[in-house]
Design a protein around this ligand. Structure first.
Ligand code: FAD
Length: 434
């Protein structure tokens, strides 16, 4: 065991040196800081694809951070295993006097942190945690009667009213501090060591394109255009600071800022109502007798429904780990309403495929489409895939890009008739929830 007293900064979904709240506080303290990241076996074991692009992205990001610390005569300690076991090892191998980290609001993360908190407390080691991935967290925005908001518009109003000068200021970059724990480079596990391999999916660049933000309102609904920022994956893993992005949004475009507020809205729903992971936010919606036909589901997953806008979206997802928001809404509505398949099936498929997968947003988006969530689409409003195409992909540019056989004999007939499926959905929902 090394007898130099140290502090550990535990990286999780905040993989950056710049403007990182918990890291800043750790480095401002008196102790040299050893940064730790754990590839959590509890999470990795559940991933179905060995070439999962998100694992590759994390590995590449950590390798680059590791290198930057090596250049400063320090190192990142990267471990693979179950967090409790890894923490026991760390506490045996180092004389840890304080642990710093940033808040994580997902149910699994809250449980994990509680276990580690208890372990540290038993050894009199303080566990210091900070808000970092959102502007407002937990109970910071509540209604007048003290409950959490279930409707977006008043939540947003309150969010904007509470925003004060200084809240979006950056924390000093971690790399400008000198009290990193001096050590030689500690080897990292390779992707192969963890049973993974590289993916062919390209990760969108971590760059804020001001031009996209400026024209966001006019362009964001058209899937054939590059009208959105593709920063989801960077917000998810914290390779980009939300404070930095929100500063740009406030200066440039209110509509874009609204989307960042939707992100916080869904995060506070998940925090206050963690049962949404398993259940409908509106309990009556769990009475819907889903058809859950496995062949239908397979056709939807593979993009062979005979509805070109749906198929284009699913193929984009399968190929690039991305789908445009407008199309996410259309395919989710199609699955839950036209095919009467449980939103949880679609949610799980998105969770497997999306680079920007974020439990709060994905669950929020699916429950919105299914009608079961907060501030959701009413059950009788059912997207017509044809009129959505007319509005948002009039020239069929997006469709032709992803479904090259569209318009030929190789393209399948629609797997359900729109009018009949619509009526069946309305009837089924009406009976179940009334
Ligand atoms: P931009 O349009 O450039 O927006 C910037 C950021 O704002 C996004 O990266 C995201 O963090 C946030 N944001 C934008 N729209 C929303 C929204 N409607 N709700 C919450 N936050 C939003 N978003 C995810 O980040 N992860 C998911 O797993 C996810 N699953 C979804 C599932 C369904 C069924 C639906 C309808 C939406 C889902 N969304 C999800 C929301 C939205 O589709 C994506 O955030 C957006 O398409 C990501 O692309 P972008 O980074 O170019 O976003």
């Amino acid at each position: 065991m090394s007898d130099q007293n140290i502090a550990v900064f535990w990286f999780r979904r905040d993989l950056r040196f710049d403007d990182n709240a918990g890291l800043f506080h750790a480095l401002k303290g008196d102790l040299p800081v050893l940064p730790l990241f754990i590839f959590d076996q509890n999470i990795l074991d559940d991933l179905e694809d060995k070439d999962d692009a998100r694992v590759m992205f994390l590995h590449d990001t950590l390798s680059a951070m590791h290198q930057r610390l090596n250049d400063k005569g320090s190192s990142l300690l990267v471990k693979y295993g179950k967090p409790e076991k890894i923490w026991r090892e760390v506490l045996q191998n180092y004389s840890v006097r304080a642990v710093y980290t940033n808040h994580d609001y997902e149910p699994y993360a809250k449980e994990r942190d509680e276990v580690i908190n208890q372990l540290l407390t038993k050894q009199d080691i303080p566990f210091r945690t900070y808000k970092d991935q959102v502007i407002f967290e937990k109970d910071e925005i509540l209604t007048g009667s003290g409950s959490f908001y279930k409707v977006f518009t008043p939540y947003k109003k309150s969010w904007l009213e509470k925003l004060e000068d200084g809240m979006l200021e950056s924390y000093t970059s971690g790399l400008s501090f000198d009290n990193w724990y001096p050590t030689s480079s500690i080897p990292m596990p390779s992707l192969d060591d963890m049973g993974f391999e590289r993916s062919n999916i390209e990760i969108p660049p971590n760059r804020i394109d001001e031009d996209v933000i400026e024209h966001y309102k006019e362009k964001r609904n058209y899937p054939a255009q590059d009208g959105t920022t593709r920063l989801g994956v960077h917000l998810r893993h914290g390779t980009l600071s939300i404070r930095k992005l929100a500063r740009q949004a406030i200066e440039i475009n209110e509509t874009y800022l609204s989307e960042l507020i939707w992100r916080e809205f869904y995060m506070q729903i998940l925090y206050h109502a963690p049962q949404v992971v398993e259940k409908s936010f509106k309990p009556k919606y769990d009475n819907i007798p889903w058809q859950n036909n496995e062949d239908d589901f397979a056709r939807w997953c593979e993009g062979r429904t005979g509805y070109p806008i749906v198929d284009a979206g699913m193929r984009e997802l399968n190929k690039n780990g991305y789908m445009h928001n407008r199309v996410r809404m259309i395919v989710a509505s199609f699955l839950t309403k036209h095919l009467l398949i449980d939103w949880r099936w679609g949610e799980a498929y998105f969770a497997r495929k999306l680079l920007d997968y974020e439990l709060a947003n994905n669950n929020g988006g699916w429950q919105w489409a299914a009608g079961s969530g907060v501030d959701a689409q009413p059950y009788f409003r059912i997207f017509n895939p044809y009129s959505q195409t007319d509005k948002f992909d009039k020239e069929e540019e997006y469709i032709k890009k992803w479904v090259p056989e569209y318009g030929t004999d190789d393209y399948p007939e629609p797997m359900v008739d729109h009018k009949q499926a619509r009526e069946r959905a309305i009837e089924t929902y009406k009976e179940a929830i009334n």
